[in-house]
Ligand binder design. Structure first.
Ligand code: WTA
Length: 651
């Protein structure tokens, strides 16, 4: 990575906004000036301009008890009202909110008036089922309009959603349902993926059967029509929606009312339930969606390819775009089904003007070749966004040239589940962009790069990325675990002057622009999805064949990183089964326990693992093996011959 960057810095490729783009841009340099003049006033102005408050706030930020922040505390709002009713009342009821494109090719255009009507009914169903403000609702759905409708219905009644990505297994689903004590699960019979039906309801049944649970009902959307088993607690979504009143009055809730929990991987085996609240979150997602993507809601067609199971889908499919009255595409399927040009066909069909996706997708398309996108009319695209992992300069250039026709600006946006909204990005009408750099903090956000001792590294140097001031969409905690919240994010640089430690390495170039260098902890990034080495290791070790396991994220051309496991197998099993069989069994085991996204690309069966004298596994050395490099410094090894042994067993 650093080699590429140095090479690039020497080349100094830069792209200034064109005069045409800058003239019409929503976000101007005035935003930076306003924010630096008075940061809190700036966010208060944004909150008032972008949102409707049922009860206006008078306080902006309470940071008297760090790291527990309160934003706009005495204000009240209804998040769903802000995303729906107010646009209808403003006369935009006929504007399309969602162009839904199903994987089999079915499509549905849903206007703001229609979406509002559906959410009102769904909110009435939740109330009928006894869901109250503050209760948790688990959502386990494919990328269909009902996913967005469910989230907004939960928000509308002041309850808290926990969306669980459809690719997670029954076990992962169960632990998330339990951790949050959800009272209701919303799911579907199945979804379409790669031309086939993937059932979802059976995983919910498995997660809830035979264990004590707080779940009272399961609401089931009919999407694929496959047979499903039925229990007393199950209800069909369409029956329930038809049975309730069409009207629903949205009441205001306090700005700090919890909006959602989203589980994400950390450095230990147990996923963290990241908690977000309402007013500050909605302010920053609406602000960034409007200014970073230069959204002109009357004319733009926006498409974010993320699944609602991830934070990008929360902030930039559901809340940001709808708060801003955008028209957007919602796509159920995968990029290559039924043909590798599917995405570009969708861009052409809906005249998508703003596209937001991940580097892993861009690199996949690069590999397939430019002739595929070039077979479609992509001239509607005028802005491209990237998120999820560092984008290498080559992919950035390809994105700009091939997808953006050499004119559409590319914005690389850095943020996290924890930050809730974009934190570092270019503003496309202002910033001179450099391929591969995330560039600058957005107006109103304060970022620094520090060395281990907490000292600013200065231009031209690398270090650890921190956020130095509280921001409106910051996480408010880890569900049920305030201690872990403090330890994980706020203790590294002392308690006196709390700074948020992101877990990412970064470098400041000579101009002070920020380049992200990837995680510095044991969190992997596979296709833009966060996975914890510890979580996969504990899954591998939970299999009776495994004596010990170590997992590393190895560099991968397409997915950024890939899961590579090193396992020691108990002697008796080694005698009974072939290596191939053992590898297949362990792969299936991880898939069943966590989900297909965590399935190791490779499993190496070894006799020993490299450890320090105190018994800590030295992952760095395994990473060298996994990436086929010369093995680095082995002086800290308890037994220096172990790497030779490992290497020889792999040949
Ligand atoms: C990485 C996704 C470099 C980073 C929104 C971060 C990035 C983690 C970028 C969060 C980017 C995200 N450049 N790295 N533009 N965006 N990351 O919580 O390592 O799924 O800590 O949030 O992804 O992943 P998460």
């Amino acid at each position: 990575m650093s080699v590429q960057i140095d090479h690039l810095l020497n080349e100094t490729r830069r792209f200034a906004p064109t005069a045409d783009f800058a003239d019409q841009a929503i976000g101007t340099s005035k935003l930076y000036a306003d924010a630096s003049e008075d940061r809190l006033q700036f966010w208060a102005d944004q909150a008032r301009d972008l949102l409707h408050w049922h009860k206006p706030f008078t306080k902006v930020l309470d940071w008297t008890n760090p790291p527990f922040a309160k934003w706009f505390e005495d204000g009240q709002l209804n998040v769903a009202w802000n995303c729906l009713d107010r646009h209808v009342l403003a006369g935009h009821g006929d504007r399309v909110a969602l162009y839904f494109e199903g994987e089999p090719g079915d499509s549905r255009a849903i206007t703001y008036a229609e979406l509002t009507a559906e959410v009102k009914r769904a909110a009435n169903v939740l109330t009928k089922l006894g869901v109250q403000a503050g209760d948790r609702v688990a959502i386990y759905l494919p990328m269909i309009p009902e996913a967005v409708i469910s989230m907004l219905a939960v928000a509308r009644i002041g309850a808290v959603h926990s969306v669980i990505f459809g690719g997670f297994s029954a076990e992962s689903l169960r632990s998330r349902i339990d951790d949050a004590n959800a009272v209701l699960v919303i799911t579907a019979d199945g979804g379409y993926r790669k031309g086939r039906v993937t059932p979802l309801k059976p995983a919910v049944d498995m997660a809830l059967t035979g264990v004590p649970t707080t779940v009272r009902n399961v609401l089931v959307v009919k999407r694929t029509g496959n047979e499903v088993e039925w229990t007393d607690r199950d209800l069909w979504w369409h029956d329930e929606l038809a049975s309730v009143d069409a009207e629903h009055e949205a009441e205001g809730f306090p700005a700090e009312n919890p909006l959602f929990i989203l589980y994400t991987s950390g450095t230990t085996g147990k996923p963290k339930g990241i908690l977000h609240t309402s007013g500050g979150y909605l302010t920053q997602v609406a602000f960034t969606h409007k200014n970073v993507f230069d959204l002109h809601p009357e004319t733009d067609v926006y498409w974010c390819t993320a699944d609602v199971g991830w934070i990008t889908g929360h902030s930039y499919v559901t809340y940001g775009p709808l708060a801003n009255g955008a028209t957007q595409v919602l796509f159920e399927g995968t990029p290559d089904t039924p043909h590798p040009g599917r995405w570009w066909e969708i861009v052409e069909k809906y005249k998508v003007s703003i596209l937001y996706t991940a580097p892993t997708a861009i690199r996949t398309f690069m590999k397939l070749g430019r002739q595929i996108p070039q077979g479609f009319d992509l001239s509607s695209l005028r802005l491209l966004g990237s998120v999820g992992e560092p984008i290498n300069p080559e992919a950035w250039m390809w994105y700009r040239e091939v997808i953006g026709g050499n004119v559409a600006p590319v914005v690389d946006t850095w943020w996290q589940t924890e930050t809730g909204a974009i934190m570092i990005s270019a503003l496309p009408g202002v910033t001179v962009t450099k391929p591969g750099a995330a560039q600058v903090p957005i107006p109103g956000v304060a970022i620094d790069v520090l060395d281990e001792a907490g000292v600013h590294v200065g231009h031209g140097n690398g270090g650890l990325l921190v956020v130095t001031e509280p921001w409106p969409s910051m996480l408010r905690g880890i569900w049920g675990d305030p201690e872990r919240f403090i330890e994980t994010y706020w203790e590294k640089f002392g308690e006196e002057n709390p700074r948020y430690f992101a877990g990412d390495g970064a470098r400041l170039d000579e101009d002070g622009d920020i380049w992200l260098l990837g995680r510095v902890d044991d969190v992997m990034n596979v296709s833009g999805h966060r996975l914890s080495t510890a979580e996969i290791e504990s899954s591998l070790v939970s299999h009776p064949m495994t004596a010990e396991a170590a997992v590393v994220g190895a560099h991968d051309e397409t997915t950024g990183q890939a899961v590579v496991a090193f396992v020691i197998i108990k002697y008796s099993h080694l005698e009974e089964s072939s290596h191939e069989d053992i590898q297949a069994v362990l792969r299936a085991h991880v898939t069943q326990q966590i989900g297909a996204i965590a399935r190791p690309r490779q499993i190496f069966i070894v006799n020993e693992l490299p450890k320090t004298r105190s018994g800590k596994i030295i992952r760095r050395l395994l990473q060298d093996v996994a990436e086929g490099r010369e093995i680095g410094d082995t002086t800290t090894l308890a037994d220096t011959s172990v790497m030779q042994v490992i290497k020889s067993t792999l040949r």
